[in-house]
Ligand binder design. Structure first.
Ligand SMILES: C[S@@+](CC[C@H](N)C(=O)[O-])C[C@H]1O[C@@H](n2cnc3c(N)ncnc32)[C@H](O)[C@@H]1O
Length: 228
Protein backbone atom coordinates (compact mmCIF):
# COMPACT_ATOMS: atom_id res chain seq x y z
CA UNK A 1 0.00 0.00 0.00
CA UNK A 2 1.21 3.49 -0.86
CA UNK A 3 2.47 5.43 2.18
CA UNK A 4 0.06 8.12 3.34
CA UNK A 5 1.66 11.55 3.05
CA UNK A 6 0.25 13.85 5.69
CA UNK A 7 1.16 17.55 5.79
CA UNK A 8 2.91 18.73 8.95
CA UNK A 9 -0.19 20.79 9.75
CA UNK A 10 -2.47 17.74 9.63
CA UNK A 11 0.06 15.61 11.52
CA UNK A 12 0.12 18.16 14.36
CA UNK A 13 -3.68 18.34 14.33
CA UNK A 14 -3.82 14.53 14.53
CA UNK A 15 -1.71 14.71 17.70
CA UNK A 16 -4.18 17.16 19.24
CA UNK A 17 -7.15 14.88 18.58
CA UNK A 18 -8.62 13.38 21.74
CA UNK A 19 -11.84 11.46 22.11
CA UNK A 20 -13.67 8.44 20.77
CA UNK A 21 -16.00 10.08 18.23
CA UNK A 22 -14.13 12.44 15.96
CA UNK A 23 -15.57 14.54 13.12
CA UNK A 24 -13.49 16.35 10.50
CA UNK A 25 -15.69 19.09 9.05
CA UNK A 26 -14.39 20.14 5.64
CA UNK A 27 -12.42 16.90 5.37
CA UNK A 28 -11.67 17.34 1.64
CA UNK A 29 -9.37 14.37 0.79
CA UNK A 30 -9.91 12.95 4.32
CA UNK A 31 -6.18 12.34 4.83
CA UNK A 32 -6.41 13.36 8.47
CA UNK A 33 -9.13 10.81 9.20
CA UNK A 34 -7.42 8.11 7.15
CA UNK A 35 -4.30 8.64 9.25
CA UNK A 36 -6.38 8.46 12.44
CA UNK A 37 -8.14 5.32 11.16
CA UNK A 38 -4.74 3.71 10.55
CA UNK A 39 -3.35 4.66 13.96
CA UNK A 40 -6.31 4.72 16.40
CA UNK A 41 -9.37 2.69 17.17
CA UNK A 42 -12.00 5.44 17.25
CA UNK A 43 -15.23 6.33 15.46
CA UNK A 44 -14.57 8.76 12.61
CA UNK A 45 -16.86 11.04 10.62
CA UNK A 46 -15.59 12.60 7.39
CA UNK A 47 -17.81 15.57 6.55
CA UNK A 48 -17.83 17.96 3.65
CA UNK A 49 -20.39 20.30 2.12
CA UNK A 50 -19.44 19.25 -1.41
CA UNK A 51 -20.04 15.85 -3.02
CA UNK A 52 -16.80 15.79 -5.01
CA UNK A 53 -14.37 15.96 -2.07
CA UNK A 54 -16.48 13.40 -0.23
CA UNK A 55 -16.24 11.01 -3.21
CA UNK A 56 -12.48 11.57 -3.27
CA UNK A 57 -12.38 10.96 0.49
CA UNK A 58 -14.18 7.62 0.01
CA UNK A 59 -11.80 6.65 -2.79
CA UNK A 60 -8.78 7.50 -0.61
CA UNK A 61 -10.21 5.58 2.35
CA UNK A 62 -10.66 2.50 0.13
CA UNK A 63 -7.11 2.89 -1.18
CA UNK A 64 -5.74 2.78 2.37
CA UNK A 65 -8.06 -0.01 3.50
CA UNK A 66 -9.98 2.03 6.10
CA UNK A 67 -13.28 2.66 4.28
CA UNK A 68 -15.25 0.63 6.84
CA UNK A 69 -13.80 2.63 9.72
CA UNK A 70 -15.12 6.02 8.55
CA UNK A 71 -18.66 7.38 8.10
CA UNK A 72 -18.93 9.84 5.21
CA UNK A 73 -21.43 12.63 5.71
CA UNK A 74 -22.54 15.32 3.28
CA UNK A 75 -23.03 18.25 5.60
CA UNK A 76 -22.94 22.02 5.68
CA UNK A 77 -20.85 22.53 8.78
CA UNK A 78 -22.10 20.44 11.67
CA UNK A 79 -25.72 20.24 10.48
CA UNK A 80 -25.72 16.47 9.74
CA UNK A 81 -22.98 15.50 12.20
CA UNK A 82 -24.09 13.30 15.13
CA UNK A 83 -24.24 15.29 18.37
CA UNK A 84 -22.50 12.39 20.12
CA UNK A 85 -19.09 13.53 18.79
CA UNK A 86 -16.51 14.47 21.40
CA UNK A 87 -13.90 16.01 19.11
CA UNK A 88 -14.46 18.21 16.06
CA UNK A 89 -11.78 19.41 13.65
CA UNK A 90 -12.54 22.39 11.40
CA UNK A 91 -9.38 23.26 9.50
CA UNK A 92 -8.33 25.13 6.41
CA UNK A 93 -11.34 27.44 6.15
CA UNK A 94 -11.81 31.17 6.56
CA UNK A 95 -12.32 32.43 10.09
CA UNK A 96 -15.83 33.74 9.41
CA UNK A 97 -16.97 30.37 8.04
CA UNK A 98 -15.46 28.55 11.03
CA UNK A 99 -17.30 30.93 13.38
CA UNK A 100 -20.58 30.23 11.59
CA UNK A 101 -20.02 26.47 11.74
CA UNK A 102 -19.26 26.51 15.47
CA UNK A 103 -21.79 29.08 16.68
CA UNK A 104 -24.83 27.84 14.74
CA UNK A 105 -24.93 24.35 16.32
CA UNK A 106 -25.87 24.35 19.98
CA UNK A 107 -24.59 20.84 20.68
CA UNK A 108 -20.97 22.05 20.59
CA UNK A 109 -21.76 24.26 23.57
CA UNK A 110 -20.63 21.37 25.71
CA UNK A 111 -17.52 21.37 27.87
CA UNK A 112 -16.82 17.75 26.88
CA UNK A 113 -16.43 18.47 23.18
CA UNK A 114 -12.92 19.36 22.07
CA UNK A 115 -12.77 21.67 19.06
CA UNK A 116 -9.63 21.91 16.96
CA UNK A 117 -9.86 24.97 14.75
CA UNK A 118 -7.45 26.23 12.09
CA UNK A 119 -8.78 29.48 10.64
CA UNK A 120 -7.05 30.73 7.49
CA UNK A 121 -8.13 34.33 8.11
CA UNK A 122 -9.64 36.70 10.71
CA UNK A 123 -7.75 34.98 13.55
CA UNK A 124 -8.08 37.96 15.93
CA UNK A 125 -11.84 38.14 15.36
CA UNK A 126 -12.13 34.37 15.84
CA UNK A 127 -10.47 34.68 19.26
CA UNK A 128 -12.70 37.62 20.25
CA UNK A 129 -15.87 35.84 19.13
CA UNK A 130 -14.97 32.52 20.75
CA UNK A 131 -14.60 34.21 24.15
CA UNK A 132 -17.68 36.37 23.53
CA UNK A 133 -19.70 33.18 22.93
CA UNK A 134 -18.53 31.41 26.07
CA UNK A 135 -15.71 29.31 24.58
CA UNK A 136 -12.10 29.37 25.73
CA UNK A 137 -8.84 28.51 24.02
CA UNK A 138 -6.92 25.84 25.90
CA UNK A 139 -3.88 25.74 23.68
CA UNK A 140 -2.49 27.18 20.46
CA UNK A 141 0.15 26.15 17.94
CA UNK A 142 1.61 28.52 15.37
CA UNK A 143 3.48 26.68 12.68
CA UNK A 144 5.20 27.31 9.36
CA UNK A 145 4.91 24.87 6.50
CA UNK A 146 6.22 25.66 3.01
CA UNK A 147 6.72 29.29 4.12
CA UNK A 148 3.03 29.62 5.05
CA UNK A 149 1.85 30.34 8.60
CA UNK A 150 -0.89 28.27 10.23
CA UNK A 151 -2.60 28.87 13.57
CA UNK A 152 -4.17 25.89 15.31
CA UNK A 153 -6.47 26.45 18.30
CA UNK A 154 -7.75 23.87 20.79
CA UNK A 155 -11.07 25.15 22.09
CA UNK A 156 -13.68 24.15 24.65
CA UNK A 157 -17.01 25.58 25.74
CA UNK A 158 -16.92 27.06 29.22
CA UNK A 159 -20.22 28.89 29.34
CA UNK A 160 -18.75 32.16 30.56
CA UNK A 161 -18.89 34.88 27.95
CA UNK A 162 -16.14 37.46 28.20
CA UNK A 163 -14.56 40.30 26.28
CA UNK A 164 -10.84 40.20 25.49
CA UNK A 165 -8.68 43.21 24.67
CA UNK A 166 -6.76 43.77 21.43
CA UNK A 167 -3.52 42.36 22.86
CA UNK A 168 -5.20 39.10 23.79
CA UNK A 169 -7.03 38.98 20.46
CA UNK A 170 -3.73 39.41 18.62
CA UNK A 171 -1.50 37.15 20.71
CA UNK A 172 -3.95 34.76 22.27
CA UNK A 173 -4.95 34.82 25.89
CA UNK A 174 -2.24 32.62 27.28
CA UNK A 175 1.10 34.42 27.10
CA UNK A 176 2.82 31.02 27.34
CA UNK A 177 1.77 30.44 23.74
CA UNK A 178 5.06 32.04 22.68
CA UNK A 179 6.52 28.58 23.28
CA UNK A 180 4.28 27.33 20.54
CA UNK A 181 5.54 29.63 17.78
CA UNK A 182 7.76 28.04 15.14
CA UNK A 183 11.08 29.83 14.60
CA UNK A 184 10.60 32.66 12.14
CA UNK A 185 6.79 32.70 12.53
CA UNK A 186 6.73 36.08 14.26
CA UNK A 187 9.03 37.61 11.62
CA UNK A 188 6.65 36.55 8.85
CA UNK A 189 3.65 37.94 10.74
CA UNK A 190 5.40 41.23 11.57
CA UNK A 191 6.27 41.63 7.87
CA UNK A 192 2.68 40.86 6.85
CA UNK A 193 1.16 43.26 9.40
CA UNK A 194 3.71 45.92 8.37
CA UNK A 195 2.62 45.56 4.72
CA UNK A 196 -1.02 45.97 5.77
CA UNK A 197 -0.09 49.14 7.66
CA UNK A 198 1.78 50.55 4.66
CA UNK A 199 -1.22 49.77 2.46
CA UNK A 200 -3.52 51.64 4.84
CA UNK A 201 -1.17 54.61 5.03
CA UNK A 202 -0.77 54.94 1.27
CA UNK A 203 -4.45 54.38 0.43
CA UNK A 204 -6.18 57.28 -1.32
CA UNK A 205 -8.91 57.41 1.31
CA UNK A 206 -7.21 57.02 4.64
CA UNK A 207 -9.08 55.50 7.56
CA UNK A 208 -7.36 56.87 10.66
CA UNK A 209 -9.04 54.42 13.03
CA UNK A 210 -7.86 51.46 10.96
CA UNK A 211 -4.33 52.90 10.77
CA UNK A 212 -4.22 53.41 14.55
CA UNK A 213 -5.46 49.88 15.18
CA UNK A 214 -2.95 48.41 12.74
CA UNK A 215 -0.12 50.37 14.39
CA UNK A 216 -1.16 48.89 17.73
CA UNK A 217 -1.22 45.36 16.27
CA UNK A 218 2.29 45.79 14.89
CA UNK A 219 3.55 47.20 18.20
CA UNK A 220 2.05 44.25 20.10
CA UNK A 221 3.88 41.74 17.88
CA UNK A 222 7.18 43.67 17.94
CA UNK A 223 7.16 43.96 21.74
CA UNK A 224 6.18 40.32 22.12
CA UNK A 225 9.01 39.23 19.81
CA UNK A 226 11.56 41.33 21.73
CA UNK A 227 10.49 39.79 25.04
CA UNK A 228 10.43 36.20 23.80
C1 LIG B 1 -9.06 23.90 1.93
S1 LIG B 1 -10.02 22.48 2.28
C2 LIG B 1 -9.32 22.04 3.86
C3 LIG B 1 -9.04 20.56 3.95
C4 LIG B 1 -8.51 20.10 5.27
N1 LIG B 1 -9.49 20.31 6.34
C5 LIG B 1 -7.20 20.79 5.62
O1 LIG B 1 -7.17 21.62 6.53
O2 LIG B 1 -6.19 20.50 4.97
C6 LIG B 1 -11.60 23.13 2.75
C7 LIG B 1 -12.71 22.08 2.65
O3 LIG B 1 -13.83 22.59 3.38
C8 LIG B 1 -15.01 22.27 2.66
N2 LIG B 1 -16.07 23.19 3.10
C9 LIG B 1 -16.25 24.49 2.76
N3 LIG B 1 -17.33 25.00 3.37
C10 LIG B 1 -17.85 24.00 4.13
C11 LIG B 1 -18.99 23.90 4.98
N4 LIG B 1 -19.82 24.93 5.17
N5 LIG B 1 -19.23 22.72 5.60
C12 LIG B 1 -18.41 21.66 5.39
N6 LIG B 1 -17.33 21.68 4.59
C13 LIG B 1 -17.05 22.84 3.96
C14 LIG B 1 -14.61 22.39 1.21
O4 LIG B 1 -15.49 21.69 0.36
C15 LIG B 1 -13.18 21.82 1.23
O5 LIG B 1 -13.19 20.44 0.96
Amino acid sequence: MENLKLSRKLLLISKLVKGKYVADVGCDHAKLLIYLALTKNIKLYACDVRKKPLEKAKENAKKYGVYEKIDFILSDGLKNVPSSVDCVVVAGMGGKLIERIIFEQSFVRNENIRLILQPQSFLYDVRINLYRNGFYIEKELHIIEHRKCYDILVVYFKGEAKEINLKKAVLGEDIKTKNFYDDGFLDIIIKKEGKILNGLKTAKEKNLNKIKKQEKILKIFREFKEKS
